[in-house]
Write a protein that binds this ligand. Structure first.
Ligand code: TRP
Length: 73
């Protein structure tokens, strides 16, 4: 498995209805899973063989090994 592919990230929702959307790895980039978080809920997830990118909609705190980012939404 490639290095970095198994990194974890954390999303903490700052409002209801935050979406954490997983995008597929490989030539075909599409949404494969949407998880809806309500305010205060935390999702801990990994980048995997199936997931190479993640899109976050709504107000949230996102923590990765690169640092912590708050969405402006
Ligand atoms: N079945 C997905 C996978 O193994 C689960 C998953 C992992 C996921 N990381 C994610 C879904 C990030 C959404 C966002 O790749």
């Amino acid at each position: 498995m490639e290095s970095g592919q198994n990194d974890y990230f954390v999303v903490k929702a700052k409002e209801n209805g935050v979406h954490v959307i997983g995008l597929t790895r490989g030539a075909d980039t599409r949404f494969h899973h949407t998880e809806k978080l309500d305010k205060g809920e935390v999702m801990i997830a990994q980048f995997t063989d199936h997931t190479s990118a993640v899109k976050i909609r709504g107000k949230a705190v996102v923590m990765t090994k690169y640092g912590t980012i708050e969405t402006d939404a």
